[in-house]
Design a protein around this ligand. Structure first.
Ligand SMILES: *[C@@H]1O[C@H](CO)[C@@H](O)[C@H](O)[C@H]1NC(C)=O
Ligand SMILES: *[C@@H]1O[C@H](CO)[C@@H](O)[C@H](O)[C@H]1NC(C)=O
Ligand SMILES: *[C@@H]1O[C@H](CO)[C@@H](O)[C@H](O)[C@H]1NC(C)=O
Ligand SMILES: *[C@@H]1O[C@H](CO)[C@@H](O)[C@H](O)[C@H]1NC(C)=O
Ligand SMILES: *[C@@H]1O[C@H](CO)[C@@H](O)[C@H](O)[C@H]1NC(C)=O
Ligand SMILES: *[C@@H]1O[C@H](CO)[C@@H](O)[C@H](O)[C@H]1NC(C)=O
Length: 312
């Protein structure tokens, strides 16, 4: 029996476009944050994988996957942006890979799949067989990994209820929206005091998160965020990240969303700030670490630093 309490809105004729991910600018910010954790060797290798329009920046490339998922050509990848846990938040939370990962792929299988592809691409760069972003399979693999390691930290990308919260209408700061969109952008915008983040550079709010990661000053230590960060077991780690995110749907997302309240005014957003800050920071550190380990494999002849934990 579901006991959820949501704002019941009158049916209004306004365009409703389901949102599939952290907003574009939030994805880019996670990418720019992750760049702070890349070794220069990793950056150089990855820079050869991306097409030149991305200026060797995974931050700039981090939102491509959403645009692509909405093209006819890329529609097959749309469902790779989430995993629909068949659980019952806030009472029961769990992600079961076999049961929840849809035929055709989900965010867990997509991370695993694209990580494997990316591994081969990295070898090709090292062997001089790939440069200048000339192989689209490779560039796309890097853009997908960058994007999905971001998305998997958004609690409603690891939750199936109401299409990941897309079907729960809510009010936020007087604006009619839905719960998924609140977690994709509204909470972090309110927290940072912005309406949008810059798309070509890291915002001071995210610089501060990077500093906090380096100081290991979050409520959960970074060692726990990275407890599974081995690209040799990509499915196992992606599933661990999905389960980690999914726990928030029981601990907060659905637990404190009440009917007839504005989620910005009610205290819901404020209570969510530390969660969103934590999840975004996890995404950035995991991504940087994942890519360093992937690139660092077999290069470590004395000089290549494999950054597994942030340096303080
Ligand atoms: C909250 O809203 C839902 C959906 O409109 C409705 O079914 C439920 O009865 C409401 N609950 C309360 C306590 O008002
Ligand atoms: C939520 O809002 C959409 C768009 O206005 C509307 O079509 C839908 O019926 C609403 N759902 C509920 C449960 O009120
Ligand atoms: C890429 O870098 C060039 C040279 O620094 C700059 O002029 C251009 O604006 C950058 N493009 C984007 C999309 O940031
Ligand atoms: C794995 O990646 C390939 C190449 O991008 C793609 O064709 C295939 O559908 C992917 N499978 C899954 C389950 O993600
Ligand atoms: C592009 O890279 C993929 C993955 O490494 C490889 O399978 C494919 O053959 C490459 N394509 C070209 C044209 O080199
Ligand atoms: C960045 O934002 C500007 C202004 O909204 C826009 O013109 C530009 O296309 C965006 N660039 C990217 C790479 O998203």
């Amino acid at each position: 029996m579901y006991t959820r309490y949501f704002v019941a809105l009158e049916v209004l004729a306004f365009a409703f476009s389901p949102i599939a991910a952290w907003n574009t600018d939030v994805h880019q910010q996670i990418g720019y944050m992750a760049e702070n954790f890349l070794t220069s060797y990793t950056s150089d290798i990855l820079g050869e994988i991306l097409e030149s329009q991305y200026n060797k920046s995974i931050g700039l490339a981090a939102a491509w996957a959403d645009a692509y998922a909405h093209t006819k050509e890329g529609r097959y990848s749309y469902q790779w942006h989430w995993i629909d846990a068949h659980d019952n938040p806030p009472t029961y939370c769990h992600v079961d890979y076999k049961y929840d990962c849809a035929k055709g792929g989900c965010i867990v299988s997509a991370i695993a799949n694209q990580t494997e592809i990316l591994r081969g691409c990295i070898d090709n760069v090292k062997n001089g067989l790939l440069s200048g972003g000339s192989n689209m399979t490779c560039s796309n693999a890097l853009k997908w990994v960058t994007h999905f390691v971001g998305d998997i930290a958004q609690p409603l990308h690891s939750s199936g209820l109401g299409n990941g919260g897309n079907l729960f209408n809510v009010t936020f700061g007087g604006k009619r929206t839905e719960l998924h969109a609140v977690w994709d952008g509204e909470i972090i915008y309110a927290d940072a005091g912005v309406t949008v983040f810059p798309n070509a550079s890291i915002h001071p709010f995210m610089i501060n998160l990077v500093d906090r990661i380096n100081k290991d000053s979050f409520s959960v230590p970074t060692s726990e965020w990275l407890s599974c960060t081995n690209p040799n077991t990509p499915q196992q780690c992606a599933l661990a990240w999905a389960r980690d995110s999914n726990t928030w749907t029981c601990r907060y997302v659905y637990k404190y969303a009440y009917n007839n309240t504005d989620l910005l005014e009610s205290g819901y957003a404020k209570g969510a700030y530390p969660i969103v800050e934590l999840q975004i920071s996890k995404a950035a550190l995991r991504l940087g670490t994942w890519l360093n380990i992937l690139v660092g494999k077999e290069l470590n002849k004395g000089s290549g630093l494999v950054l597994q934990r942030p340096l303080s």
